[in-house]
Design a protein around this ligand. Structure first.
Ligand SMILES: C[S@@+](CC[C@H](N)C(=O)[O-])C[C@H]1O[C@@H](n2cnc3c(N)ncnc32)[C@H](O)[C@@H]1O
Length: 304
């Protein structure tokens, strides 16, 4: 049942929801299954609960229209709020939810307003290996909608800097951090900073020092690779022990090779750690999430 609730909140495809509900109902969508679905998924939403708190009963049509209410149309953009539920397998049973305002298609509002599979994978990685983050100075490049950023903020970093270069993505990222209760800076003393950082314009004076640099699905555009590599070199060469972990979906091998070559020329070492750093499955409700084609690269500065 929990998987069905998580999948509903993450707006998985209707076919996935129906299949999970069927599974819960032992193969059929009985009245009992429908009732449980109504109570745990449809009715268990703040808006309907608020209506019920104010009046003796909610209109039937309110429930019928609930899906439409979930899709909030803002400024002509189709943005929706999705809730991702995670539970980290293991003794301490860490769990939580991350709610994000996301674009319903991949490109509207900037590519960073969509939640990319490599971001889910990197979020699972940091949740699985919290000691990579705890007490460290962390910086994320191309934070996008903020799934990784929210998870990082909950893992007690010494300092966290989340960055993105795209204006609308950056505005959406700040919004998403705030709705997840992450207190953002206005001055340099705060632990979580959200900064606009375009790789093309980055120079060493404006970059933060970091022990660990993270990035999900940021190696995809060959035109951006030289700028991305320049930023990584500035960060990694500023601090001898620093390392970067980048998650990428296997799409075009030439793009990955171009990144590795550019990084080597810039005095960096890239290693494929996809087999040695395997995250636990933490986002159980994301039934459609396929982690079989993910790559993880570790990047460090070559010793001088
Ligand atoms: C495919 S999205 C991935 C977003 C997020 N990491 C995720 O996995 O969902 C790539 C992100 O990198 C950012 N980005 C792309 N090129 C950039 C550049 N030249 N400078 C700064 N950010 C850039 C985009 O704005 C976008 O947020």
């Amino acid at each position: 049942m929990e998987e069905l609730v998580s999948a509903y909140r993450a707006m998985e495809a209707p076919s996935v929801i129906v299949s999970l509900a069927r599974g819960f109902g032992g193969g059929c969508l009985s009245e009992q299954v429908q009732q449980v679905f109504m109570d745990r998924c449809v009715k268990d939403e703040q808006f309907i609960l608020a209506v019920e708190a104010e009046s003796s009963c909610a209109l039937d049509s309110l429930y019928d229209e609930h899906a439409a209410l979930l899709l909030r149309i803002e400024d002509g953009n189709s943005m929706a709020y999705k809730t991702f539920s995670y539970a980290v397998p293991g003794e301490d049973k860490r769990s939580g939810t991350v709610t994000l305002r996301l674009s319903l298609n991949m490109l509207e509002g900037g590519t960073g307003c969509f939640c990319w599979p490599a971001g889910v994978y990197l979020a699972e990685l940091v949740l699985s290996y919290p000691w990579l983050i705890k007490g460290k100075r962390c910086l994320e490049l191309g934070s996008g909608a903020g799934l990784v950023g929210v998870c990082l903020a909950r893992l007690q970093p010494f300092e966290l800097v989340l960055t993105d270069g795209d204006l609308s993505t950056f505005a959406n990222l700040r919004h998403n951090l705030e709705i997840n209760g992450i207190v953002l800076d206005t001055d340099e003393q705060e632990k979580v900073k959200c900064r606009r950082l375009e790789w093309e314009d980055a120079c060493s004076t404006e970059l933060y020092k970091a022990d660990i640099i993270l990035g999900a699905d940021i190696i995809y555009d060959t035109a951006c690779i030289p700028h991305l590599v320049k930023v990584l070199a500035l960060l990694l060469q500023a601090d001898a022990g620093a390392e970067a972990i980048l998650a990428t979906v296997k799409r075009n091998p030439d793009t990955i090779s171009a990144f590795c070559n550019a990084a080597t020329q810039a005095g960096l070492e890239v290693s494929d750690v996809s087999r040695t750093m395997v995250p636990l499955k933490c986002f159980q409700g994301l039934v459609s999430f396929d982690n079989s084609n993910m790559l993880l690269h570790k990047v460090v500065a070559k010793p001088v």
